[in-house]
Design a protein around this ligand. Structure first.
Ligand code: NAP
Length: 341
């Protein structure tokens, strides 16, 4: 645990610790910026809840999500990243170019020139009985990750948006059948996605139904979803091995609400193709920004972009002293201004 020193100003604080946060830490530590990562208690992000990851490049035999995250973390640590395994509880972001931002972990206050926001997103939960208990034992939030475990098994997708359609289409290639359960007759999904899903033979449809609860079978895995008709209250039981919940995501941006620009759904808005937010020295990467792709590999990519944006900001902003230990010429022609005091 790194304790704050009242006189020191960090170069980079990364808030969050999924692929985006750890990649930002890896890049900034390799640039000698000694980043501090506030990684949360349950570090590692959504991949900690995943079993086999078979679509992360470089691992042809797949890798367990938690092990992949451990490797990300180890790699960042190897180059001098420091970690606080606790939650960031408050931030205060300066409006000044070259200004000092503050991040709190409980009572401890950390000051920093740059902040990389990488708090990720959480899958929205149905919040029905059995959902949490059976998560990882039949209930999943990611068909792209887990579909292969349901080869020739009956499955269910819950949701009516593009994600639900995309998950259903993907899952239909593995499962014996996919029942799409949606709470309304109308679908939010785009026409093209809906039509594509409707054209697939082993996708079945149950509307307007809500999930009332999930039940385990004798072996402890998911066996039954009990549904309730949203109009008539009629109940229905469906036998399934896998249920995929695709009802949207919630970006974890509460910490910076009112400080950086957020869109209607709470995702952090960044400028153009960069990771810059409207606050000078504050960058955002990964699922807290990304509506669309939400892959470990895309999050890692954007973490590297945020690190480079932070590095360039430290280099190019007048009045910011060169970070200690920065070898001359490490950052292209380092144009560091003289220290302010
Ligand atoms: P979304 O469009 O917000 O859809 C969420 C769906 O879940 C809606 O049908 C909603 O029902 C349902 N839902 C929400 N809360 C629920 C609850 N508590 N119980 C039951 N159902 C609930 O989210 P998304 O599908 O994740 O898509 C997010 C964005 O990413 C969209 O802009 C989408 O177009 C985009 N996206 C695009 C693609 C693609 O083009 N390939 C793929 C994936 C996502 P209601 O409709 O009744 O509200």
């Amino acid at each position: 645990m790194t304790s704050p020193s009242p006189d020191s100003i960090e170069n980079v604080i990364v808030v969050g610790s999924g692929p985006a946060g750890y990649t930002a830490a890896l890049y900034t530590s390799r640039a000698n910026l000694q980043p501090l990562v506030i990684e949360g208690f349950l570090w590692g992000g959504l991949l900690q809840q995943t079993t086999d990851v078979e679509n992360y490049p470089g691992f042809p035999d797949g890798i367990e999500g938690p092990e992949l995250m451990q490797r990300f973390r180890d790699q960042a640590e190897r180059f001098g990243t420091r970690f606080i395994t606790d939650q960031a509880t408050k931030v205060e972001l300066s409006d000044e170019s070259g200004g000092v931002h503050k991040v709190w972990v409980g009572k401890d206050e950390y000051r920093t020139r740059t902040v990389i926001l990488a708090m990720g997103a959480e899958h929205k939960k149905l919040e029905v009985s059995g959902e949490e208990e059976l998560s990882g034992r039949g209930v999943s939030y990611c068909a792209t990750c887990d579909a292969a475990f349901f080869k020739e098994k009956p499955t269910m997708i819950v949701g009516g948006g593009d994600s639900a359609m995309e998950e259903a289409i993907f899952l239909s290639k593995f499962a014996s059948k996919v029942v799409v359960v949606h709470r309304r007759e109308e679908f939010r999904a785009s026409k093209i996605m809906l039509e594509r899903a409707r054209s697939i033979e082993n996708i079945e449809w149950l509307t307007p139904y809500k999930v009332a609860e999930f039940h385990a079978g004798e072996k402890g895995g998911l066996e039954i979803a009990r549904l309730r008709n949203a109009e008539t209250d009629e109940e229905l039981e469906v036998e399934i091995d896998g249920a995929f919940i695709a009802i949207g995501h919630e970006p974890q941006s509460h910490l910076v609400e009112g400080m950086v620009e957020l869109d209607d759904e709470g995702y952090v808005i960044t400028e153009g193709r960069s990771t810059r937010t409207r606050k000078p020295g504050v960058f955002a990467a990964g699922d807290v920004v990304d509506h669309t792709y939400r892959q470990a590999v895309t999050a890692a990519g954007s973490g590297s972009q945020a690190a480079l944006d932070a590095e360039w900001y430290l280099r190019d902003t007048p009045g910011i002293p060169a970070p200690e230990g920065m070898p001359a010429g490490d950052l292209a022609e380092a144009q560091w201004a003289e220290p302010a005091e």
